[in-house]
Ligand binder design. Structure first.
Ligand SMILES: Nc1ncnc2c1ncn2[C@@H]1O[C@H](COP(=O)(O)OP(=O)(O)OP(=O)(O)O)[C@@H](O)[C@H]1O
Ligand SMILES: Cc1cn([C@H]2C[C@H](O)[C@@H](COP(=O)(O)O)O2)c(=O)[nH]c1=O
Length: 216
């Protein structure tokens, strides 16, 4: 367990599709807000708020096949979404005690490296870090949490959610079990490297209430 004092104010929650990031984000907001803290959240991609995110979503769900094929083009769209959110993130940091990010730059690093079938210590990971943090000025997270749920459990959760809610149909990345497995391996490498900031690996293959206890 890590304490809110340990993690700083900008905390990214990372993990596979269906691993439980949104669920954890919502429960942390409820708990810390209830305790009087000022907590803000942002989820990436910012669907409906960013043209870049919406184009990426269309590609993920079946349109723009050529675009989806290009790892660099997809990574750039996700990065542009965050570049355009950077000022908002700084504003939230100025007015809140804790800003929780449901996916952030490490998502781009992990999925892009996995798509290229390379590891956490690779050129694409370095390129994304350089592009987003240095060229685009996206704030570096103080801490990153990796939800430790492998591809099988996350896949079951994602398909359960898609059945319950047709608006959450599984996209091309979610349906690709091999991609999900490789992505998780890259995430583990990023966490082991302490890529960009300290990481905590959270056992999330357990009840949602228990996962929430990760942050005190
Ligand atoms: N600890 C848990 N145990 C069992 N089911 C869970 C747990 N956490 C989340 N779920 C369920 O799994 C599904 C996916 O959870 P959630 O939407 O939070 O994942 P996510 O990581 O945000 O996914 P995505 O990245 O695809 O948006 C939901 O139906 C949610 O209720
Ligand atoms: C932010 C971000 C996301 N991705 C990938 C990860 C997911 O498979 C999809 C969409 O995310 P969602 O949580 O399912 O809505 O895109 C990525 O490759 N790079 C990123 O920066």
């Amino acid at each position: 367990m890590v304490t809110i004092a340990d993690v700083g104010s900008l905390v990214a929650i990372e993990g596979l599709d269906g691993s439980g990031k949104r669920t954890l984000t919502e429960s942390l907001v409820a708990r810390f807000t209830g305790a009087g803290a000022r907590v803000a959240t942002l989820a990436f991609p910012r669907y409906g708020e960013s043209d870049a995110a919406d184009i990426a979503a269309e590609a993920l769900h079946g349109e723009h096949g050529d675009l989806r094929t290009s790892v660099n083009a997809m990574a750039l769209l996700f990065a542009i979404d965050r570049r355009d959110a950077a000022a908002d993130i700084r504003g939230l940091l100025a007015t809140h005690d804790l800003v929780l990010l449901d996916r952030y730059v490490a998502s781009n690093a992990a999925y892009s490296a996995a798509r290229l079938d390379v590891g956490a210590d690779s050129e694409i990971v370095d390129w994304i870090g350089e592009l987003e943090f240095h060229r685009f000025g996206v704030p570096v997270p103080d801490h990153q949490l990796l939800l430790d749920v492998g591809a099988e459990v996350a896949g079951v959760r994602a398909s359960g959610r898609a059945q319950a809610d047709p608006t959450r149909a599984r996209d091309h990345y979610e349906r690709d079990d091999s991609l999900q497995r490789r992505t998780f391996a890259v995430y583990e490498g990023l966490a082991a490297r302490g890529w960009m900031s300290p990481w905590s690996v959270v056992d999330a293959d357990t009840a949602a209430e228990a996962v929430t206890a990760v942050l005190d």
